[in-house]
Ligand binder design. Structure first.
Ligand SMILES: *[C@@H]1O[C@H](CO)[C@@H](O)[C@H](O)[C@H]1NC(C)=O
Ligand SMILES: *[C@@H]1O[C@H](CO)[C@@H](O)[C@H](O)[C@H]1NC(C)=O
Ligand SMILES: *[C@@H]1O[C@H](CO)[C@@H](O)[C@H](O)[C@H]1NC(C)=O
Ligand SMILES: *[C@@H]1O[C@H](CO)[C@@H](O)[C@H](O)[C@H]1NC(C)=O
Length: 501
């Protein structure tokens, strides 16, 4: 495993960080993000919910999940909300439907839920929900409003449900802080959008949406590595991290990576977050990938063949997707994942995950998708990272010799334990409930307890796979110190290039 056969290095890559240029870029991204916030912000109408008794059971944890993040679309509700009552907190407007985020509720009987729009004059319009699960309800927008959003001006949106009282079932509505009031901001947003269009030459070829929690230390390696492969824009959805992720994002942004952080404090709403992100990516990117911070693209064929005097791999993922940008049938590119185990380690690998983890399960598990956001179905519905595509479009499976994903899924115990806790929480209402036991998201043999299983560090190890590690060491590590420069934050290629006179 420790055969450190470093390849003959041919390091004539061009330094690709261009700080001056990039600071303009990040300003543009900031601006467009700000416009987006404007678009989403809704009026707050503090109703007095004291006499209101929700029929939906309320989660004991919901008061905990707000962060004081500065760029949250949800900030305005944040710290002030104390009352333990279910309430519609926020709405996201899609072209054809509205998504409501309901705090403090777990919706168990979607069929009994509808959406209602109420005007101050007491006019009520109800439509049955398209989907309702956990804290997310989606309802169609009436056609007249789709065509003429002006009509929705001032309408408050909430959800209706039937109370549990068997004898006297009653229709109730949740209190709501969400209003559709887009007429003004829509004008603003169009104006801003046009301004931005003028400034902006073109979209990023490839972006990423990802959901993180306390993964700041992993972010730099992941972003720098993938930027090398051609990813140009980063949407980081932050679910209540308290590990200094803001600083890491800021640093990377200053270094020229187009990174933005979106606070996303909702509990069971990963799919709503991805819809939200797809909407954002549609403005800024031709392609957008949905994958996690512990997943690394690996392009075996490309990495093996140094291209002339340059580095192999530079922009290879960008080129791969760009090759389908004018396709009239492909809207999604799927890449197979291999799950790596702790590879014999018992503490986090100091040179990064791509160098540290080298033993994996033999068979691939799942795949991840890169999609063209413009070709997603208008509903932007997605299930476990998968979107419905527009009619007439299909996905393409990338052959394994072209691209793979190294998923560093089972890391050293301390890292894994935190993730395990969160991951289970995403799929199971209470992670200690013995649900979802057969799910692929559970580590085999782990049960529901967060106790280190015996021999953890040697588990999930069926084949040694040092492909990505060899590539990274050969091209990104300083031969003298062995330090992997993607982590220390200074690309060796730049340094080497400058040292060459
Ligand atoms: C809509 O929003 C604007 C400000 O964003 C506000 O001035 C106006 O009163 C709102 N209209 C209604 C009907 O709520
Ligand atoms: C930031 O975005 C611009 C425009 O798409 C791109 O040219 C540049 O390479 C990106 N920066 C990085 C470090 O990816
Ligand atoms: C956000 O974090 C909470 C724990 O604070 C977790 O239960 C939930 O699943 C996470 N939500 C998403 C969308 O990942
Ligand atoms: C993209 O297409 C070009 C030209 O057709 C080809 O040379 C290149 O190998 C392709 N790149 C990838 C990563 O598939």
């Amino acid at each position: 495993m420790d055969s450190e056969q470093r390849r003959k290095r041919k390091r004539l890559g061009k330094p690709y960080l261009q700080p001056k240029f990039c600071s303009v870029r990040s300003l543009v991204v900031c601006l467009s993000f700000f416009v987006f916030l404007l678009f989403l912000s809704s009026n707050r109408f503090p109703l007095s919910p004291t006499s209101f008794r929700p029929a939906l059971s309320s989660s004991p944890t919901f008061t905990l999940f707000y962060s004081a993040a500065s760029n949250s679309i949800l900030d305005s509700f944040g710290t002030r909300r104390q009352q333990r009552v279910s309430r519609v907190e926020e709405r996201i407007l899609f072209p054809d439907h509205v998504l409501l985020l309901v705090a403090g509720a777990r919706i168990r009987q979607p069929a009994l839920v509808d959406c209602r729009g109420e005007t101050d004059e007491g006019f009520v319009l109800t439509t049955p929900a398209i989907t309702a699960a956990q804290e997310v309800v989606r309802c169609p927008l009436p056609r007249s409003i789709q065509i003429n959003p002006e009509k929705a001006k001032g309408i408050r949106v909430t959800i209706g449900y039937t109370s549990r009282n068997q004898k006297y079932p009653r229709r109730n509505a949740l209190p709501s802080a969400a209003r559709i009031n887009s007429s003004k901001s829509r004008v603003q947003i169009n104006r801003r959008r046009n301004e931005l269009k003028k400034k902006k030459k073109k979209k990023h070829e490839l972006c990423v949406c990802t959901m993180v929690w306390n993964q700041a230390p992993a972010l730099r390696e992941w972003i720098m590595y993938h930027a090398w492969l051609g990813i140009e824009g980063w949407f980081i959805y932050d679910n209540n991290s308290d590990d200094g992720i803001e600083e890491v994002v800021q640093e990377l942004d200053l270094e020229g990576y187009n990174v933005s952080r979106q606070s996303w404090p909702w509990i069971k709403t990963q799919e709503a977050g991805f819809s939200h992100c797809a909407l954002k990516a549609r403005e800024e990117c031709n392609w957008v990938g949905f994958f996690d911070v512990d997943e690394f693209f690996y392009l075996p064929n490309t990495f093996r063949q140094p291209q002339g005097l340059g580095f192999p791999g530079q922009n290879s993922l960008g080129e791969l997707v760009a090759n389908f940008s004018s396709s009239t049938s492909i809207a999604e590119i799927r890449t197979t994942c291999h799950s790596f185990g702790p590879s014999g380690l018992s503490s986090p690998p100091p040179k990064g995950v791509t160098v540290g983890y080298t033993c994996r399960l033999q068979s691939p598990e799942r795949h991840k998708s890169i999609v063209r956001p413009e070709l997603l179905d208008v509903t932007l519905l997605n299930v476990v990272h998968h979107f419905r595509l527009k009619e007439g479009y299909r996905y393409l499976n990338v052959p394994e010799n072209i691209a793979l994903i190294n998923h560093y899924k089972y890391q050293v115990w301390d890292t894994f334990r935190a993730k395990f806790y969160r991951r289970v929480a995403t799929y199971v209402v209470d992670w200690q409930e013995e649900q979802n036991k057969g799910s692929k998201d559970r580590a085999p043999g782990l049960g529901t307890a967060a106790i280190e299983p015996p021999n953890w560090k040697r588990q999930f190890c069926e084949v040694w796979d040092t492909g990505l590690r060899d590539f990274v060491l050969a091209y990104f590590a300083d031969p003298a110190t062995g330090i992997y420069e993607l982590i220390t934050g200074f690309l060796y290629s730049c340094k080497f290039f400058n040292d060459m006179k």
